[in-house]
Design a binder for this molecule. Structure first.
Ligand code: GAR
Length: 199
């Protein structure tokens, strides 16, 4: 199966997915990285790793529909069977999601449904939560709201700084996301309503 990873920034999860594929954790190729930010470090990673990158700026399109149609053309061309959002900071339109229903996964740096959005680590820390975590989930039309594949907790200790928590979260993401991808690739995920059964 061919995988496309969507990024807007650093791309450390993209790197973790590449490393996992290389180590043989799952049998799939990372054939495309889609990036909506010309300053994203993920672009350098793609270059270094020899992964084709589609840098696409929404400002060059008359609408989000045409922007996503262009991305879709590329996904079809590359015969993509799984899309992994990895710090892609843009909501996908329902037309796009419908075409790839239950074939889009996201990683979120909190225990959903708590702390949705783009500042989840900071929000959990500032809220004074004692426990947070990481969620891998299917993507549906609502933000950070699709059926949950895997979830793991992390304790926020009294002496933790925001930076320390960030480090712990990223470390967990880099293990949990490849595990979720492996389950998908092996056909072991079954979505029943809001539940994802793992066989
Ligand atoms: C990750 O922590 C990911 O969970 C988060 O963005 C970061 C991207 O880091 N995503 C979200 O907050 C989505 N709501 P990376 O670019 O180094 O993979």
């Amino acid at each position: 199966m061919n995988i496309a990873v969507f990024c807007s920034g650093n791309g450390s999860n993209f790197q973790a997915i590449i490393n996992a594929a290389r180590s043989g954790l799952f049998n799939a190729r990372i054939t495309l990285m889609v990036c909506d930010n010309p300053d994203a470090y993920a672009l350098s990673r793609a270059k270094k790793e020899g992964v084709k990158a589609l840098l696409i700026d929404i400002k060059n399109f008359p609408s989000q529909e045409t922007f996503e149609a262009r991305i879709m053309d590329e996904l079809i061309k590359e015969d993509i069977g799984l899309i992994c959002l990895a710090g892609y900071m843009r909501l996908l339109l329902s037309g796009f999601i419908n075409k790839y229903r239950e074939k889009i996964i996201n990683i979120h740096p909190a225990l959903l449904p708590s702390f949705k959005g783009t500042r989840a680590i900071r929000d959990a820390f500032d809220y004074g939560a004692k426990t947070t975590g990481v969620t891998a989930h299917f993507v549906n039309e609502d933000m950070d709201a699709g059926p949950i594949i895997l979830q793991e907790t992390i304790k926020i200790e009294e002496n933790d700084t925001k930076e320390m928590l960030e480090e712990k979260i990223h470390k967990l993401e880099h293990r949990l996301y490849p595990e979720a991808i492996k389950l998908f690739i092996e056909g072991r995920l079954k979505v029943i309503g809001r539940r994802v059964n793992i066989s």
